[in-house]
Write a protein of this length. Structure first.
Length: 100
């Protein structure tokens, strides 16, 4: 089980990413498409001045139940361990144990 502080940190990062998404996209567009090198330089400086955690690359998927960062199943939003327990208990509709 992940510490509550780790879960809270991921939520905080997700909120920061959402808050700065538009500003970040506008600055990146200026950097990539500007013909004026001075304007592109200023946009790059402003982009670097944004908080580190506002970058979407720093987000990490975590299990909604246990907070486990590894073995995450994107389709269900939970870790492989919780998925197996829930599937065996019949709590996930449409999923059953394979047998052949």
């Amino acid at each position: 089980m992940a510490k509550e502080s780790m879960k809270a940190r991921e939520v905080k990062r997700a909120n920061l990413v959402a808050r700065y998404a538009e500003k970040r996209a506008a600055l990146k567009k200026i950097v990539n498409t500007s013909d004026d090198p001075q304007e592109a330089y200023e946009a790059a400086r402003k982009l670097q001045a944004l908080p580190k955690n506002a970058c979407p690359v720093r987000l990490h998927n975590r299990c909604k139940l246990s907070g486990r960062p590894k073995g995450y199943m994107r389709q269900f939003g939970i870790s492989r361990i919780d998925f197996r327990e829930m599937a065996s208990a019949g709590l996930i509709p449409g999923v059953k144990k394979a047998s052949w």
